[in-house]
Design a protein around this ligand. Structure first.
Ligand SMILES: NC(=O)c1ccc[n+]([C@@H]2O[C@H](COP(=O)([O-])OP(=O)(O)OC[C@H]3O[C@@H](n4cnc5c(N)ncnc54)[C@H](O)[C@@H]3O)[C@@H](O)[C@H]2O)c1
Length: 229
């Protein structure tokens, strides 16, 4: 039996990391156009670097929550995969072994040159600077997929979701594409569950069992459900 969790910003909300939509489309008081698009990097790489440095510092100071740990512990009894839209590493720090990041991982940087996704550079501390260069001498940029950029891990994620027996969506508004389109691949799953306190505002989930709960409450309910199967 393969269980696949698909998580978004809501998964880390109870750890103290702000979600995206709650702030009126602003991300930590910054307009997306200024910090999370390819144009933003071209226009002002220092601002983008500083924005993600502060995100990284915050994430390093943040602990996984009960929901992260419950998912990690489930690996002891069942085959669990985590596909996350999050750039934080809280799933891994809770102990999850099979985690696929769709939108990048804040703990890494990548080249801003032509071979961006060829190699990811693990950062030693939270502070990336303009003097940090890739092997080919280009400035390093945060390993984050900007809005409008392709999602290199999409096909791998679709393959994993296609083989899910149980598919559980947690804390995502399913508004950021192409990632949100991945739920269409879960058509072999016998059980599909969605956990979100604002589930009534999410579309395209008619065939999901819905828990209008927070991640820490809803994940435990979902896991109890799995254990009954
Ligand atoms: N932690 C992170 O790494 C982080 C944080 C913010 C944004 N992002 C990026 O922004 C994009 C935003 O899309 P998204 O759909 O993930 O986020 P979103 O902000 O669009 O949606 C978050 C969802 O989480 C729900 N939510 C709020 N509190 C919750 C809780 N305690 N438990 C469960 N659910 C809760 C909200 O109702 C909402 O539906 C992502 O693709 C991601 O890359 C990442």
């Amino acid at each position: 039996m393969k269980v696949v969790f698909f998580s978004g910003a809501g998964m880390s909300a109870e750890s103290g990391i702000g979600t995206f939509r709650d702030k009126g489309g602003l991300w930590e008081n910054h307009r997306i156009e200024d910090v999370a698009t390819p144009e933003a990097w071209k226009r002002n790489p220092d601002l983008v670097t500083e924005f993600y440095n502060l995100r990284r510092k915050k994430i390093i100071e943040t602990e996984p929550n009960k929901a992260h740990f419950a998912i990690a512990q489930l690996e002891n009894i069942i085959d669990v995969h985590v596909i996350t839209q999050n750039i934080d590493d809280l799933h891994e720090r809770a102990g999850s072994k099979k985690v696929l990041h769709l939108h990048g991982n804040i703990k890494y940087a990548k080249s801003s040159g032509p071979n961006q996704d060829k190699k990811y550079y693990l950062l030693k501390n939270w502070n990336l600077t303009k003097h940090d260069l890739c092997d080919e001498g280009y400035r390093l940029r945060p390993h984050v997929v900007s809005f409008g950029e392709s999602v290199p891990a999409f096909d791998e994620a679709a393959e994993i979701i296609k083989n899910a027996d149980i598919f559980i969506v947690i804390g995502t508004s399913l508004q950021v594409y192409p990632a949100a389109g991945l739920i269409q691949y879960a058509n072999n799953a016998k059980t599909k569950i969605l956990v979100d306190p604002n589930a009534n505002s999410i579309n395209g989930i008619d065939d999901f069992k819905v828990y209008s709960n927070t991640a820490t409450e809803g994940v435990l309910l979902a896991i109890n459900e799995i254990k009954k199967i």
